[in-house]
Ligand binder design. Structure first.
Ligand code: UD1
Length: 334
C-alpha cells in the first residue's frame, strides 16, 4: 500500500500525474491523504475537480497555523492512519510544511519515504529550505527534477535520481484545457512568500515598484497577501482578482507578456511556456529556470525589475521536463 500525502495547492498539481498513471495501469493499492494545510475551495477543492482527482481518502483538517502547529498536526493525524493501514511506502512532494510532516511521520514509523522534487536548495533562511533539507535527509528515494538538485544532494552525501519535473506533466496533459483569459496585453503578478509580504516595508517596496509599471497588471491575490494588503492599507494600481483555479491561472500565464512572481512552481511553468519571468527573490532553488529558462532573479530591486521587464530573456526547456516524469516514477515504484 502506498500513501500519497498532499496539503497545498502546488502539491495537488504534483500528485495528479501519479494518480493518472496509477489509474492507467489499473494499480489501485494506494490512498490519498489531504492534510488540510490549504482548505478554501479556491485553494484546494477546485484543484481536485479540474485535475480529475477523486475525493481524498483522508482529510486531516490541520488548517493554518505556525510551522510547529502544522507539522505536529499533520504528524498526529498521519500516525493514526499509519497504525491502522500500515502502508509500506509513502510519497511526499515539494517543500511545504505538509511535505516535511509526512516525511517525519513516515521515518518514525519505518515506512519507506519517497520524495518527489528532492535536491532543490535555495541556500537561504526560509521555511521551505528547512523543509527541503530535512525531507531529503529523512527520505529513502529521492526523485530530482533538475540537474542542479543532483549536485546538491551529492554535496550533502545523498544520492538522487534525475527523473524529470512532475509539475510539467500536469501542464502538458492539461494545456489544451487552459482557459483563455478575459484580458490581453497584461503582466501577471503572484506574490505570497512571507519574506516578501509579511513585513509592511517589504510589501510596500514591492507595491511601489508595481505601481511604476505602465502596463496592465493582473494580480490573483493569495489569502496571505490579501490579509497583509488590507492590514497595512496598501493600495495597488493592479487589477486584483481572487486566487485562480489551475486551468484559469495557467491560461493567464500562457497569455501573459511576462510574469512577476515569488512562487517556485511559476518559475518552472513560465520556463516551459517560454514566458519571461521576473522572480522577486534573491536566490532560487530552481537554477535551471535561470541557466536554461526565461527566469531572471531580481530580489526587490525596482530598477533591476523594471530593466529586466524591458529586456526579457529567451530560454530552453530543461532536460526531462517532457510530460513523462510520472510514467518513469511509477514504472520504478510498482
Ligand atoms: C504554503 C507553503 C508555500 C507554498 C504555498 C503555495 C509552507 C511553509 N508554505 O504557503 O511553500 O508556496 O503554500 O500556495 O508550507 N489561507 C487561507 N486559505 C487557505 C490556505 C491558507 O485563507 O486555504 C491563509 C491563512 O491565512 C494562512 C495563510 O493563508 O494563515 C498562509 O497559509 P499557509 O498554508 O501557512 O502558507 P502559504 O503562504 O499558503
Amino acid at each position: 500500500m502506498i500513501h500519497i500525502i498532499a496539503g497545498t495547492r502546488p502539491n495537488f498539481v504534483k500528485i495528479a500525474p501519479l494518480i493518472w498513471e496509477f489509474r492507467r495501469r489499473g494499480f489501485t493499492n494506494y490512498k490519498v491523504i489531504h492534510t488540510g494545510q490549504h482548505y478554501d475551495y479556491k485553494m484546494s477543492g477546485i484543484f481536485f475537480t479540474e485535475l480529475n482527482l477523486d475525493e481524498p481518502d483522508y482529510f486531516l483538517n490541520v488548517g493554518s497555523g505556525t510551522h510547529i502547529q502544522q507539522l505536529t498536526g499533520v504528524m498526529k493525524g498521519l500516525e493514526k492512519i499509519f497504525l491502522e493501514e500500515r502502508p509500506d511506502k509513502i510519497i511526499v512532494v515539494g517543500d511545504v510544511n505538509s511535505t516535511l510532516a509526512g516525511a517525519l511521520a513516515g521515518a518514525v514509523h519505518k515506512i519507506s519515504v519517497i520524495h518527489i522534487e528532492a535536491g532543490l536548495r535555495s541556500h537561504d533562511d526560509i521555511p521551505e529550505e528547512f523543509n527541503r533539507e530535512l525531507t531529503d535527509y529523512l527520505s529513502d528515494i529521492l526523485y530530482v527534477s533538475e540537474g542542479w538538485g543532483m549536485a546538491n544532494l551529492s554535496n550533502e552525501g545523498m544520492r538522487g535520481r534525475l527523473i524529470g519535473n512532475i509539475m510539467i506533466d500536469t501542464l502538458v496533459a492539461k494545456r489544451r484545457q487552459f482557459k483563455k483569459p478575459p484580458y490581453d496585453n497584461y503582466i501577471l503578478v503572484t506574490l505570497h512568500r512571507p519574506e516578501n509580504v509579511d513585513r509592511e516595508e517589504d510589501l510596500r517596496e514591492i507595491v511601489e515598484m508595481l505601481n511604476q509599471i505602465d502596463e496592465k497588471i493582473i494580480f490573483p491575490v493569495h489569502p496571505r497577501t490579501k490579509k497583509r494588503l488590507r492590514k497595512y492599507g496598501i493600495e495597488l494600481k493592479a487589477e486584483l482578482i481572487e486566487p485562480q483555479s489551475y486551468l484559469s491561472f495557467m491560461g493567464l500565464l500562457e497569455n501573459a507578456k511576462a510574469v512577476i512572481t515569488d512562487s517556485g512552481g511559476v518559475q518552472e511553468e513560465s520556463t516551459f511556456l517560454g514566458i519571461p519571468c521576473i522572480t522577486l527573490r534573491y536566490s532560487t532553488e530552481r537554477p535551471s529556470t535561470i541557466y536554461d529558462g526565461t527566469n531572471q532573479l531580481c530580489g526587490r530591486n525596482s530598477n533591476n525589475i523594471l530593466y529586466r521587464l524591458e529586456n526579457p530573456k529567451d530560454g530552453e526547456i530543461p532536460e526531462l521536463w517532457d510530460g513523462n516524469t510520472a510514467k518513469r516514477i511509477v514504472e520504478e515504484l510498482i
